[in-house]
Design a binder for this molecule. Structure first.
Ligand SMILES: *Cc1c(COP(=O)(O)O)cnc(C)c1O
Length: 743
């Protein structure tokens, strides 16, 4: 990259008379010309990340930061009278649902920054995750036209188009390359489906649910479409360079499957090697085992993909055949190695007429990893216990991380400046240096508090602009931002807020520090219960914010269209991070890490990466409550939420609001009542909301008390921020590179 040349090009851009959109295009293109200078990748091994989602967020500032010219560019254009903040209106590239897609984006960022050769493969959806708006408190969904401002950050490569064959149609996969710039130039290659109106549907919409099943056939097509294109390309390039000596394939290629959505890549790989290149099935499997690796992201049974054999057969007969052959091949191996019938069933590729994609991934992968210590343990002990007994060395943990470039440097220049002033700039490339900050020093704490106060002001201003709501000043800002899902228990926070509201009204909380509860979350379009929770929280917001008796003490705000750019503001401007999943259900979480990195304390359960956060930052600096995973497991039979609410009037008063007319009657309230007290598709209160409710309220009240002592609370926050280095995705990527990819 020629920095001076690029800066000169930026200086040459005329601002006068141009629209914001034109300027966005011109500045981006000038950067792209520098970014896409062909650099020869060193020979040797590269890793490839297969993910059906990439939640990249806004690329503009990130790329200028990566190029090392963000500050200069701001200055150059400020002199021309253009504030670069105007590009904050550019849509996010939201080609993902939530954590899983954002992780993929953070990992690409870290790999490039550290100089590891890691390219990504995925789908270039025309419409990303829907845009959310509230109408009368209910979520509405509109298509997300993320290319409204153009797509200056990617390059179409029509010459590298691939054919993907289904029984009933041919689809062309046209690559779009997005540079990921750092020490190395890596590429995110997203395929767009073309060829016919039917074909185009394959890359039209991001699959809207991240953990429920719908639109099965289309989903299978999407998954095969990009996996087959990617694998085909890797194999073809290998043959062009090295000939047909496939024994060498794993020494130059290593594939990482981001959950099961790309497991068809395994079948396609076996198909190519056996039917196009005439390797024996056994040999092909051996090579696949050295090439593929699998990251599991969830143990929710409804999210573990299983595809109907008949369905796959109908559109991908050869692939179905390969998977059946794999079942026979694997069974023989398992029998030979002395597995019981029960173990063999648990590990089956094909069982009950369905292909179990996680089992395909586990069998074929050289390494299988979970995304936090507790989650990796659960994989070994429960979900994949049979496979673990067979091949214990296959299983490992890589706790998730988030890129501190976006989630600290970019979103919190003030905190970055605070570190610069005390440490120099070396910490920016080695986050562990922030541990040197002395959190007991009064002056340091004062400076940190000033940073937090400023970020809170900025957040409040942003929310006022976007939502038209003025946040309370001098209040504690408490955030629960993440996908709306029952196991994440936004409903428990709703109940906790109502408990606090009633206590405030009845004068039982005389010294209550003003508190703002901030929510951000999208619910999958077909997920009734999640949508009901949004409505309920908006009802609660209307009740609380409209009640003159409490509304200078308590405020509830649910922001619309939570996305990466919104997250950047919220994580920087929050005091407290709510991470309250039912223990055992949240694989890791990454929102918890972003908030910690920006100096929020966690109110949370011992689940996912919360456990490791508390281990690093100190239990005394966070607020841990609730049933542990073991406790939940032991509760499973004897728990009755009806009795539980009956015997505690504090709980009953809150759950009564679902039926007693506190809020206008609605289908949503009925849905939440059923979720809590009736047997539906799950047991009543399947996620133990009532069980953990009162300990949760106590934890929130402990925060409220501690916050009064400004220095004490600031210290807790700073202890969190300065112990967050472990949660940089730089650490996670270095771990993948060393332990799994060997690059
Ligand atoms: C980080 C992030 C997530 C993941 O949040 P969790 O709390 O880990 O579920 C989801 N959505 C967006 C926009 C994010 O930035």
């Amino acid at each position: 990259m020629n920095r001076e040349k690029l800066l000169a090009a930026l200086r040459g851009i005329e601002v006068a008379g141009k629209s914001v959109k034109e300027l966005y295009g011109e500045i981006s293109s000038a950067c792209m010309r520098e970014l896409m200078q062909p650099v020869r990748r060193t020979q040797g091994k590269s890793a490839y990340y297969f993910s059906v989602e990439y939640l990249m967020g806004r690329m503009f500032y990130n790329n200028l930061l990566a190029l090392g010219i963000l500050d200069e560019a701001r200055e150059i254009f400020a002199q021309k009278g253009l504030d670069l903040n105007v590009f904050e209106d550019v849509e996010d590239a939201a080609l993902g649902n939530g954590g899983l897609g954002r992780l993929a984006a953070c990992y690409l960022d870290s790999a490039a920054s550290l100089g590891y050769p890691l390219d990504g493969y995925g789908i270039r959806y025309k419409y990303g995750l829907f845009r959310q708006r509230f109408k009368e408190g209910r979520q509405t969904e509109e298509p997300d036209d993320w290319q409204k401002w153009g797509d200056p950050w990617s390059v179409r490569r029509p010459n590298e188009t691939r054919r993907v064959e289904f029984a009933d149609m041919t689809v062309f996969a046209v690559p779009y390359d997005m540079p990921i710039y750092g020490k190395s130039l890596n590429i995110l290659r997203l395929y767009q489906a073309e060829g016919s109106a039917e074909a185009e549907k394959l890359s039209e919409y991001l699959y809207p649910a991240d953990d429920t099943e719908e639109g099965k056939l289309l989903r299978i097509r999407q998954e095969y479409f990009f996996s087959a294109a990617a694998v085909g390309e890797r194999v073809e390039r290998f043959v062009a360079q090295y000939g047909r000596d496939f024994a060498k394939f794993p020494s130059v290629n290593v594939f990482q499957l981001n959950d099961t959505h790309a497991v068809f890549a395994v079948a396609e790989f076996l198909r190519l090697l056996t039917s196009e290149y005439r390797l024996s099935f056994g040999r092909a499997v051996e090579i696949a085992k050295e090439t593929f690796n699998y990251t599991n992201h969830t143990i929710l049974p409804e999210a573990l993909e299983c595809w109907d054999e008949k369905l796959v057969e109908k559109i991908l007969p050869e692939i179905a055949h390969i998977l059946k052959r794999l079942q026979i091949y694997a069974s023989a191996e398992w029998r030979e190695r002395g597995c019981t019938a029960e173990e063999r069933r648990a590990m089956s590729v094909l069982t009950g007429g369905r292909f179990c994609m996680a089992n395909v991934a586990v069998y074929v992968s050289g390494h299988v990893n979970g995304v936090a210590e507790i989650h990796s343990r659960i994989l070994k002990e429960k979900l994949f216990s049979a496979a673990y007994r067979l091949d214990p060395q296959k299983f490992l943990n890589v706790t998730n991380g988030v890129t501190h470039r976006r989630w600290l440097l970019l979103c919190n220049g003030e905190l970055s400046g605070f570190y610069d002033a005390r440490l120099g700039r070396g910490w920016r490339n080695d986050l562990s240096q922030i541990e040197r900050i002395d959190c007991s020093d009064g002056k340091t704490l004062g400076a940190f508090s000033a940073v937090k106060a400023e970020k809170k002001r900025q957040l409040a201003a942003y929310i006022e602009k976007r939502e038209g709501v003025k946040l309370l000043e001098d209040a504690i800002y408490i955030a629960q931002v993440k996908r709306l899902h029952e196991y994440k228990r936004q409903l428990m926070t709703a109940f906790a807020i109502l408990r606090i509201y009633f206590d405030l009204k009845e004068g039982r909380l005389p010294d209550f520090t003003p508190t703002v509860f901030l929510f951000g979350a999208k619910a999958a379009g077909g997920y009734k219960r999640a949508k009901a929770t949004i409505k309920y929280l908006n009802d609660i917001a209307a009740l609380v914010n409209g009640d003159g008796a409490v509304n200078r003490k308590l405020q509830v705000v649910f922001v619309q269209n939570y996305d990466v750019s919104y997250a950047e503001k919220i994580v920087a401007g929050s005091d407290v991070s709510l991470q309250v999943s039912t223990a055992g259900f949240e694989a890791s979480g990454t929102g918890n890490m972003k908030l910690m990195m920006n100096g929020a304390v966690t109110v949370g359960t011992m689940d996912g990466a919360n456990i490791e956060i508390v281990e690093k930052a100190g239990r005394e600096n966070n607020y841990i409550f609730g049933a542990t995973e073991e406790e939940i497991a032991s509760l499973e039979k004897g728990y009755d939420p009806v009795l539980f609410a009956e015997k505690d009037p504090r709980i009953k008063e809150v759950t009564d609001t679902l039926t007693d007319g506190t809020f206008p009657a609605s289908a949503e309230l009925e849905e939440l009542y059923a979720a809590t007290f009736e047997r539906t598709y799950n047991r009543p209160d399947h996620y133990y909301v009532l069980y953990d409710l009162m300990p949760y309220v106590s934890a929130l009240l402990a925060v409220n008390r501690d916050y009064k002592n400004g220095a004490l609370f600031a210290r807790k926050q700073l202890e969190n921020a300065t112990h967050s280095a472990f949660f940089s995705s730089d650490r996670a990527i270095a771990s993948y590179a060393a332990k799994i990819w060997k690059i």
